[in-house]
Design a protein around this ligand. Structure first.
Ligand SMILES: [Zn+2]
Ligand SMILES: [Zn+2]
Length: 296
């Protein structure tokens, strides 16, 4: 299993501890451009278990150069992109062009309802995102976060970020995943977990329908892969996951909702294909295996 949404942590080995604890074999470390060297060190020590992304402010000076350099230097994707910009802004369009040119996935945090007072929305204009999907057929879009997942239902309440209860068919995200080959869905965080849990009958068909488009990720910040510490930052709206590891919770949910073949697609094959990871399993690193137990 690959966790495509694991933020690079301050402490060396903390990412390794998390993947081992939750039973994931590999991870994409979400890496701000400034932390590239630290991510490289983690990758070195992780012996083939880690890849890295690159993130930077798309409106920053030389943003295009920063992304291009990191991608040509070994980053596998751009993300996460979480800034107060419009999805149709020139800054974001520059990233769409880079994604298309270098065939690197672009993972975006799409959220409008605030997690705390005064929080501004990220990647705004999602209801019109089909225009972008049409205009950039070669870009590899990976959607993530509250509003992206709220739109698997046709009715999206405006008074909360994580709607619960039965899903009304015809949601934008559901339709666009069917209509546009260039759109994928990152199942991480409370947003993905909540969306897949809220209506089990809908979820079973949704996963089958989009079996080549759904990509597992955790966005978990628990310390041990078992739920210690704080798993969803200081987001009070995501309190339902307190004391839980998001990776474990979502993997458990997927296991219950899907046959083994589809589970493998959404937790392994899709990530490998879309992120071009070339990961190896069973793991071949003898020293890591003997140090940490057997994974084969
Ligand atoms: Zn996010
Ligand atoms: Zn965790």
């Amino acid at each position: 299993m690959v966790d495509t949404h694991l933020h690079l942590r301050r402490d060396a080995d903390a990412c390794f501890t998390h993947i081992e604890g939750c039973g994931v074999t590999h991870a994409v470390l979400l890496t701000p451009a400034n932390d590239e060297e630290r991510a490289k060190q983690e990758m070195e020590k992780g012996r083939g278990r880690f890849a890295r992304s690159v993130a930077a402010d798309p409106a920053g000076p030389n943003a295009g150069r920063v992304f291009r350099d990191a991608l040509s230097g070994g980053a596998v994707s751009m993300g996460e992109i979480k800034y107060h910009l419009a999805l149709e802004s020139p800054e974001m369009r520059r990233l769409y062009d880079i994604s298309a040119e270098l065939q690197a996935p672009l993972m975006m945090h799409i959220q409008n309802f605030p997690h705390f007072q005064g929080e501004l929305p990220y990647n705004t204009g999602y209801p019109q995102f089909d225009k972008i999907l049409k205009a950039y057929p070669k870009t590899i879009f990976v959607g993530h976060a509250d509003l992206f997942w709220a739109h698997i239902s046709a009715d999206v309440p405006t008074d909360r970020g994580y709607p619960t209860g039965p899903i009304k068919p015809g949601g934008l995200t559901d339709r666009w995943l069917s209509d546009f080959p260039n759109l994928y869905a990152d199942m991480s965080a409370n947003s993905g977990n909540n969306a897949l849990l809220r209506d089990p009958d809908f979820t079973r068909d949704f996963i089958v329908r989009h079996r080549t488009k759904l990509i597992f990720g955790s966005d978990c910040s628990c310390t041990d892969g078992h739920g210690a510490g704080i798993s969803q930052g200081n987001n009070p709206e995501a309190a339902r996951l307190n004391g839980k590891c998001v990776a474990r919770a979502t993997l458990g949910l997927l296991k219950e909702s899907t046959p083994a073949e589809i589970f493998r697609q959404v937790t392994w094959e899709n990530a490998n294909r879309v992120f071009k990871l070339r990961l190896q399993y069973p793991l071949v690193s003898h020293s890591a295996a003997s140090r940490h137990g057997s994974y084969a």
